[in-house]
Design a protein around this ligand. Sequence first.
Ligand SMILES: *Cc1c(COP(=O)(O)O)cnc(C)c1O
Length: 377
Amino acid sequence: MKISFNVPPYVGKEQDYILESIKSHKICGDGEFTKNCNKWIEDRTGAAKALLTTACSTALDMAAILSEVGPGDEVILPSFTFVSTANAFVLRGATLVFVDIRPDTQNIDEKLIEDAVTDRTKVIVPVHYAGVGCEMDTIMDIAKRHDLLVVEDAAQGVMSTYKGRALGSMGDYGCYSFHETKNYSMGEGGALLIRDEAKVDRAEIIREKGTDRSRFLKGVVDKYTWVDMGSSYLPSEMNAAYLWAQLEMAEEINEDRLASWNAYYEQLRPLADEGLIELPVIPAECAHNAHMFYIKTRDIEERSALAAHLKENGILAVFHYVPLHSAPAGSRFGRFHGEDRYTTNTFERLLRLPMYYDLGLDNVEKICDRIKEFYGK
Ligand SMILES: *Cc1c(COP(=O)(O)O)cnc(C)c1O
């Protein structure tokens, strides 16, 4: 028996759509499949505009450019996140200010943010870990009172909501990932969500190498020219074609993942009740997308031993994130504000279990049986 940690989602129609894009002789960006995907995101989230990008990383890069941060400016973010959350702002020359996470959701602790705000702070970057929303009302209130921008790293949050609002749609900008490890995929890819209509024009220019090409294509200007800084942030139609097949099936994919997630939760609950492990917490305000199922062991030794036990049984379980503030680049580009109570502790205890579309309840049961066996049950 062998159970992978991740299998990229595949629903069947991807090949047809890719072939269709090839036959249409439109394989560069912004063809019909890209438009379908953008519209799907706009309809689901209420964003004024959604733009497919080559990655969530590049959507974050665009958000950082649009935020107009530069040397001397500070950006508040969790240390328990993927490097791309930080890189986008480091590339603009900004200083990172890391804040601790909550032990229940592993999201940035909203109660610690205000203390980290200085007169140089420009942006708050909540990361919706495991597709479970951060405490956005509190975060938006702090941003409003201090005149800060909010860039949501919603890489893991497609189809998730906070108080009924889509993750990625509440801040000034939201960033989605369609990497092969995420719920919906195009291999490599992402999207930038723009909340306010007034910001859309500049975003389109930055995404089209700093030219007003998209205004030209809409017939607003009669030739296009270089008007701003930018780069090529649009993905090829063949990738968008793959994604479109998945977005058409988003509901089914979501339900399948939630069924696996709920089965894990039910079967591991007795271990949590005995205090042997901790299970994820989903706040009442949040509807999640089962991006991830993780447990927390009592300490790092137990986590290593459990991962090894699962591996011996053909099951791949992994962990992350090396806290950014303790990585070489993190200490060079930023500082940790306040006390690290949960960031390093979570990194040491968290273990992610296999989770992907079509994992199957039989596999979930096998994995849970092995975990129970490890704890002598
Ligand atoms: C996956 C991920 C990213 C990067 O996404 P890419 O599409 O691979 O660039 C950024 N932030 C978080 C929190 C992620 O999980």
